[in-house]
Design a protein around this ligand. Structure first.
Ligand code: UDP
Length: 428
């Protein structure tokens, strides 16, 4: 595909520096590149360059624009990614990135074939307006969440100025908006509602975006346990859908009481499991794994500290259920892998994600709620044991939804066609 002038169309992609945002941007860029006709430059700061390794090795034509992370009084020096801070830094990271406007303008003006659009995370909306109005180009927003979350944001814009309301209000200025979801999951209503708010039809459901194959082993960084060893351990489990995976994304850290409740439940349940545990945000404190836990569960459970190849784990046939914080990226990886989700929503969109999938659709099981809540160990133990049974109604309903998701992304499916349509409209 090429533009009506026959020339290739150049876009600058600016992902927000958090795993749950950079990774779906990468998966979407992959989809755009295989459509053809687009030249893509991706802007990252030095400590996030590694996220692009698999993408660039798969598509060497992609250019990388590396600019230094601008300093901000509330962000510790050296931090360039949300995984090293708490959710309170969400707005500050966006504001810090705003200082890149001038270097971007300088890069743009010296480029022989500058972009016709910036394609960026809607979390950057507070400052992209200045950029596109100076350069006279379009903004395309991408938010790696679902239409329901966006629809709710539009419906309840706060009259008192806040980061959240500013993002939502400025999304209306975007030429187009892409959402990592699909109409068969959410129906047309939510997408149409968003089009109504935006006052145009350039809103596309393009998900679930599939993790690019080449990136699976090193998606987001090298695994703290060699991926091949992990896969060999899962292969040795033999029984399909018999392993419980426990992980809370890139950003959440559990406290001592939560770790103990979880450890007790895993230990007493007798299930096979993988438990992904993160160091605290400054990487200094060793995770609070209950004393002696790993010896007592040796052979049947694996505790992995640091980065895990999550997409790879969730797509292994031995994995049956997943206790998750309900971040949208993790939810979609669980859907693609056909793994029953046990929901422990903790912050921002996790709650509305759980409302949709647990309460409205009955395709997942809620086990706890809240960032500091401590689950009841006995109850959690029973849920773990139940969650690997084949005949749970939630699992059956989830697998039907999975079929629809896979149909949406295959050639001729709704999300596949949406990406085609987006590229065509961008080039016309
Ligand atoms: N992820 C991973 N390994 C980890 C932690 C996270 O591969 O150890 C990936 C995960 O597969 C997902 C993304 O990081 O693609 C996290 O996105 P999500 O929206 O679920 O949550 P967040 O981390 O933004 O809270």
């Amino acid at each position: 595909m090429s533009s009506s002038s026959g020339k290739s169309t150049h876009i600058l992609v600016i992902p927000y520096p958090a795993s749950g945002h950079i990774l779906p941007h990468i998966d979407l860029i992959h989809q755009l590149v295989i459509r053809g006709g687009l030249d893509i430059t991706v802007l990252v700061t030095p400590k996030n360059v590694h996220f692009l390794n698999s993408l660039v090795s798969l598509h060497p034509t992609i250019e990388t624009l590396v600019l230094p992370f601008p300093s901000h009084p509330n962000i510790p020096a050296g931090v360039e990614n949300m995984q090293d801070v708490t959710i309170d830094s969400l707005a500050d990271i966006s504001i810090a990135f705003g200082q890149l406007c001038d270097p971007i303008i300088h890069w743009f003006r010296s480029h022989p074939c500058p972009p016709i659009a910036i394609f960026c995370d809607t979390l950057f909306n507070p400052w992209t307006h200045r950029l596109v109005s100076t350069l006279g180009i379009k903004t395309i927003g991408f938010m790696p969440t679902n239409a329901q979350f966006f629809f709710n944001c539009f419906s309840y814009i706060d009259s008192t100025p806040s980061f959240a309301s500013e993002i939502t209000l400025k999304t209306k200025d975007n030429w187009g908006l892409l959402i990592n979801s699909f109409t068969e999951l959410e129906g047309d209503d939510k997408f149409n509602g968003i089009k109504g708010f935006m006052k145009h039809d350039r809103v596309w459901g393009v998900g679930p975006l599939i993790p690019i194959k080449a990136g699976n082993k090193e998606r987001g960084g090298p695994s703290s346990v060699p991926a091949d060893e992990l896969m060999a351990w899962l292969d040795s489990c033999q029984v399909d859908k018999s392993v419980v995976y426990v992980g809370f994304g890139s950003q959440i850290r559990l406290n001592k009481q939560q770790m103990e409740a979880l450890g007790n439940a895993l230990e007493k349940s007798g299930v096979r499991f993988i438990w992904a545990v993160k160091n605290d945000h400054d990487h200094l404190v060793v995770p609070l794994i209950p004393s002696g836990f790993e010896d007592r569960v040796a052979g049947r459970g694996l505790v992995i500290r640091g980065w895990v190849p999550q997409a790879l784990i969730l797509s292994h046939p031995a994995v049956g259920s997943y206790l998750t914080h309900f971040g949208w990226g993790s939810v979609l990886e669980g859907l693609i892998g056909g793994v029953l989700l046990l929901a422990w929503p903790m912050q921002v969109d996790h709650f509305s994600n759980a409302t949709m999938l647990v309460d409205q659709m009955g395709v997942a099981i809620r086990v706890c709620e809240g960032l500091t809540s401590v689950p009841d160990s006995e109850n959690l133990m029973k849920i773990f044991t139940e969650s690997i049974k084949e005949d749970r109604p939630e699992r059956i309903a989830w697998m039907k939804l999975r079929e629809k998701a896979l149909n949406a992304i295959k050639k001729g499916g709704s999300s596949y066609k949406a990406i085609d349509d987006f590229v065509t409209q961008l080039q016309s």
